[in-house]
Design a protein around this ligand. Structure first.
Ligand SMILES: [Zn+2]
Length: 360
């Protein structure tokens, strides 16, 4: 069987490196039109060209022949960007994130061929059955997953125990904390920003969980969809009946004291108090102003910091390949279509935040 070049892979390989068609064409000494046509499948791609692409884009040649489908941004990413109105995130950055997520998905498809994730407790909830009541959906999921009352001690573990995969990911921008995608034939994938603080990450992860179980189909009104995901996150992390009493007559220092217990930001607690009508709009504004004055809106007081949750499922999968299935890094490189050095930096090292990369 002769191998066919996957034109979409040329595009995501380029985008994953943050390169424009123009830059790539210069590096290949061809016209930009040629690159464009190669990516759209209008032009055949010679073996020699694959050799050159492989060098310039730093992927093994085999990668360009993977026949995987390539997907677009997905509901969650579109929602995150709309909601935050962060129009200053350039398309190039988004395309790079999408391309890298596509590639990580392709890795998981291959990795999960030999490994079965036992639990699959994810299901989508029909809104109509809950009269469109998001809090009821959150409670239903807590009940389905047999969560005890009160705070969710470790949300990452809870999601992984249910069969979702949480992936530490360097978004190379601070504007996105997390995104999620539920591709065909895979468990739901949650990508969390290695550079985001722990309290914000937990809320964002719960927000993504809301998208996964409620928004299999994108809603025409993105703002409603985002609000639903936030309300879901609030009820999932701070159930109304469990938190209600402790928000009575609340003060700012008390909000700070609740943070280590509920493991959410002071901002999320303040918002919850307002949602549950424990404080008046005036009080809410006053507290919010106080938070701003103390600088807590950008950085909450470190003495109330909560520990960062560490995902483990993906690490276990890689460990199984290395230690049980006896894969060398060279063999993993062949399996995943990624050079050994990159395999090691993504999958073997402890993921560390390494600051922001300047977009050129
Ligand atoms: Zn969202």
């Amino acid at each position: 069987m002769s191998k066919a070049v996957n034109h979409d892979i040329i595009r995501i390989a380029r985008e994953s490196r943050g390169l424009t068609q123009g830059y790539l064409s210069e590096r290949l000494s061809v016209t930009q039109g040629k690159v464009s046509k190669m990516e759209s499948g209008l032009l055949g791609v010679s073996d020699d060209m694959i050799d050159r692409l492989s060098i310039v884009l730093n992927y093994p040649k085999d990668f360009f022949y993977f026949n995987d489908q390539v997907y677009g941004h997905g509901i969650s990413m579109i929602g995150e960007l709309y909601y935050r109105k962060r129009k200053n995130v350039p398309d190039k950055v988004l395309d790079k994130i999408s391309a890298r997520i596509n590639i990580r998905r392709m890795h998981l498809i291959r990795l999960l061929r030999a490994i079965e994730i036992k639990n699959n407790l994810f299901e989508t909830f029909e809104f109509n059955e809950y009269n469109g009541n998001v809090e009821r959906v959150a409670r239903a999921l807590r009940a389905t997953w047999l969560l005890p009352k009160g705070p969710v001690k470790n949300l990452t573990k809870t999601i992984e125990d249910a069969g979702g995969i949480v992936i530490e990911f360097d978004f190379e921008t601070k504007t996105i904390d997390a995104t999620s995608q539920w591709f065909p034939d895979l468990p739901p994938l949650f990508f969390i920003n290695v550079n985001s603080p722990a309290d914000r990450l937990r809320f964002s992860l719960a927000h993504e969980l809301g998208h996964v179980v409620m928004h299999k189909i994108c809603k025409p009104d993105l703002e409603i969809m985002e609000k639903e995901a936030n309300n879901f996150a609030s009820e999932f992390l701070m159930p109304r009946t469990d938190i209600s009493k402790s928000l009575d007559n609340i003060s700012l220092p008390q909000i700070a004291n609740l943070k280590p217990y509920w493991r959410v930001s002071m901002a999320a607690l303040l918002h919850r108090a307002y949602d549950l009508k424990k404080i008046t709009p005036r009080q809410y504004q006053y507290f919010w102003m106080q938070m701003g004055k103390a600088g807590y809106r950008t950085k909450e007081p470190p003495e109330f910091d909560i520990p960062k949750e560490t995902p483990s499922l993906l690490r276990e999968i890689i460990d199984t390949y290395r230690h049980k299935l006896g894969y060398t890094s060279k063999e993993l490189s062949l399996l995943l279509g990624l050079h050994e050095q990159e395999i090691m930096s993504i999958y073997f090292d402890n993921p560390k935040p390494h600051g922001l990369t300047v977009v050129k």
